[in-house]
Design a protein around this ligand. Structure first.
Ligand SMILES: [Ca+2]
Length: 249
């Protein structure tokens, strides 16, 4: 005997230590080698699971955002804040495409001012008097210059006097294409006051739209026919042109 109490190994959490006189004088935890928490062996922290990736979503951008509202649209005499609705719609679509293709560079998605510059470099505008008009077929080249190759113009149709092709819109939405439509910004008169919005969901009876005119940009989504429809109108009556872009999937 060395004068020290014997350690009694046990499967139970505690074991009794007895002195030489056989009387218990304390309790200690007796740990088997390899059990968690053994002194001298670090305990591995629990591994946190990776957060799920954020699914792509359309941003809510306003053409009247002070960051770009004063920028000249193309080569014209109007600004993005005044006439940049279509440009802002395109930017929201390209930002969605960006999220799909570059999810790790989420914060670098292009702004309307950057898309405007890319369109100018790609020959994406034509001058028509004081108007600066978009050349639809040049948008893919501008997108590629921004780092987004593979965009195609699938459809461009004007339907001023005929019902809009809502079946085509619905098929395109289901496929994940980008749908931009023209509406009448002033329903109080009889002509079509050109305005473009982005359709982000829904179907032929009710579409969710992102309206670039609204400010602030974090405005709530609108729906047609609540917006841009006279009483009794369905979306196919209220849409006067349809442009659909997409990327090969
Ligand atoms: Ca009108």
């Amino acid at each position: 005997m060395n004068g020290y109490p014997d350690l009694i190994e046990s499967n139970t959490p505690s074991a009794v230590i007895r002195g030489l006189d056989g009387l218990p004088f304390g309790y200690v935890h007796v740990l088997r080698r390899g059990e968690p928490g053994e002194p001298g062996e670090p305990v591995e922290p629990p591994v946190e699971p990776e957060p799920p990736p954020v699914p792509p979503h359309y941003p809510l951008l306003s053409q009247r955002d002070p960051r770009w509202e004063a920028v000249t649209l193309g080569y014209g005499y109007k600004t993005i804040g005044e006439w940049g609705c279509l440009l802002t719609d395109l930017t929201m679509a390209l930002d969605y495409m960006w999220q799909e293709n570059k999810p790790d560079q989420f914060d670098l998605s292009p702004t309307p001012a950057q898309v405007n510059d890319a369109l100018k470099s790609a020959g994406g505008y034509s001058q028509d008097g004081y108007k600066c008009k978009l050349i639809w077929s040049r948008v893919p080249a501008a997108a590629e210059a921004l780092g987004l190759p593979g965009l195609s113009l699938y459809k461009l149709t004007y339907c001023t006097t005929t019902p809009a092709p809502v079946d085509v819109i619905d098929t395109s939405l289901a496929r994940g294409d980008y749908v931009i439509v023209q509406v009448d910004s002033n329903l109080a008169d009889t002509d079509v006051d050109e305005h473009w919005v982005l359709i982000t969901g829904g179907n032929k009876t009710e579409y969710v739209i992102h309206d670039p005119w609204l400010l602030p940009a974090a405005q709530k989504e609108l729906t047609m026919p609540l917006a841009y429809c006279k009483p009794g109108w369905t979306p196919d009556r209220a849409i006067f042109a349809v442009a659909i872009y997409g990327q090969a999937k």
